[in-house]
Design a protein around this ligand. Sequence first.
Ligand SMILES: C[S@@+](CC[C@H](N)C(=O)[O-])C[C@H]1O[C@@H](n2cnc3c(N)ncnc32)[C@H](O)[C@@H]1O
Length: 271
Amino acid sequence: MSHDHHHDDTSFADLLDLDGDVLHEYWADALSFVRRAAGDDQRQRIVDLGAGTGTGTLRLAHRFAGAEVIAVDASAEMLHRVRAKALDQGLADRVTTIHADLDEGWPVPGPVDVTWASLSLHHLADPDRVLRDVHAATRPGGLIAVAEFPVQIRFLADEAGSALETRLLELFGRHQAERLPELGSDWAARLTAAGFTLLDERTFDIDLAPAPPAAADYAAIWFGRVRRHADDLDPADAAALSALLDGDGPGSLRRRELRIRGARTVTLARR
Ligand SMILES: C[S@@+](CC[C@H](N)C(=O)[O-])C[C@H]1O[C@@H](n2cnc3c(N)ncnc32)[C@H](O)[C@@H]1O
């Protein structure tokens, strides 16, 4: 399998759950944007491509009354969380999961009306092939929405923290670009190349100050991912990073003022 192998699947799943929680306003706005573009047809087949823990899946099921929502992911643990949430929210009859590696072929039988792909296409070995497969599966008039991040998310509000964060993100960004070469690509152009017609593209700015309570946990997982590359940091920055991640310690995320800044871009296209 060529998709990204996470060192720690559980903390990655927690990161995705926290993303849905901390950025719930963005998620609501983004899915309203998709819902409006999809029109009035109530009975829809929706695919959440690289669904993760199902933040999009469940929100789509709530927004598209009567729709069948299919969460596709290569991780069994992620899909387990999707099914647990569907059960909890009384949506188990309309939410299904398909455990499949998208790099190995198109796994969804039958026609599709709406595809939502959030932060997943950049994990694929050949996203263009997958987009062509989505196009072939989409009913004429059907929709695809791709959500990606145009800038890295930031947490530290004070001047010194912000300068440290810039250096950490620079390091993390380099490693991420190496690991995920499709990151930051022009998805609008690639949707067009796959046969779709572009409808709209919107950037949702995120600026949460003060950050919501779960922000410290969310930030801790992010900074924890940076720590994997701590060997490449100068000793002072490595020490500052450790202090951020030191539970309840004096320099810890839990004790600092956090302000979440970032953005997500949603690109909409129609078959
Ligand atoms: C960054 S997460 C995004 C999850 C979710 N869409 C969200 O926005 O919260 C990317 C997801 O894509 C999945 N993924 C990565 N490569 C994949 C592949 N080749 N086939 C299927 N799923 C894949 C991962 O398991 C992960 O759950």
